[in-house]
Design a protein around this ligand. Sequence first.
Ligand SMILES: [Zn+2]
Length: 82
Amino acid sequence: MDCESVKQELYVYLDREQLTVFRRRQITRHLDRCRNCSDLKEFQEMWRTVVATRSQDPVPEALRRRIDDLLTSALDEEPGTH
Ligand SMILES: [Zn+2]
């Protein structure tokens, strides 16, 4: 799988259940060896945590800073977004 396909399916991947076992394994394998995509996955997971907990607790400062870092590096890798 290439990075574009992984990025497109990352939301589904994190939603569980929606992908076949085979497809999940393909994505997992890509995430294991692709730093960009695993960073993106980490970001998505943290973002979900933030969204899920935002209504109850304020976001911890350390987590927010980590998300900022990831978001910045993710944007840096997208050409033409600045
Ligand atoms: Zn990738």
